[in-house]
Ligand binder design. Sequence first.
Ligand code: ZN
Ligand code: FE
Length: 243
Amino acid sequence: MLEIVAVPAFADNYLWLAHDAASGETAVVDPGDPAPVLAEADKRGWRITKILNTHWHPDHTGGNLAIKQATGAAIIGPAGENGRVPGLDVAIKEGDRISIGSHGADVWEVPGHTLGHIAYIFRDDHAAFVGDTMFAMGCGRLFEGTPEQMRHSLGRLAGLPDDFRLYCAHEYTLANARFAAHAFPGNAAIGERLAAVIAARDVGRMTVPTTVAEERETNPFLLADSIEHFASLRAEKDNFRSA
Ligand code: ZN
Ligand code: FE
């Protein structure tokens, strides 16, 4: 079993530690802030050997150099964003494989939020690190890519098996759920999930990871029935403020 632990950082980021007890190897995914990552690894007695980045944004890469300096970990990230990922040692692309101990992951290119964005798909563990591509009930903003690219990327992730856990990089679920309920007012599954998310956040509970099955049922961007609908939802979400 890959042991996966969230390290909260900034206002709403989740940095992920993934540990393989058999080999003792530990990876950190998207370490925007080095201090809480090093503290959590230290507390658990885990030695970080790999840094895995999904995209170049500073809230995902800002701790790369400090963690490498402290641990000697190798920095692995998207070839498509080489030059923008601090300290990139190993540039990877679609079809490449990485591993944490004996746990292998396929590398997928999932452009939309940024053009070089990648996801790490741990098939045997039914876990994927998806960065800012898919969120629980949402998706990343289109800073660099097109609606077509993002819709295709989300569709690939939604095609994974139902019980796959999707480790996204932000706790945005409450705002996303409110938008989903606004966009699909008659959808009972969305209404139920909104209520569950409100209850969870009221007591400070995390709503991530999510699962492929939950997203297929309640993610408004997967429920869009055309690329025009998708693009209009994404544009509307950019300016949505719930009451
Ligand atoms: Zn980002
Ligand atoms: Fe981010």
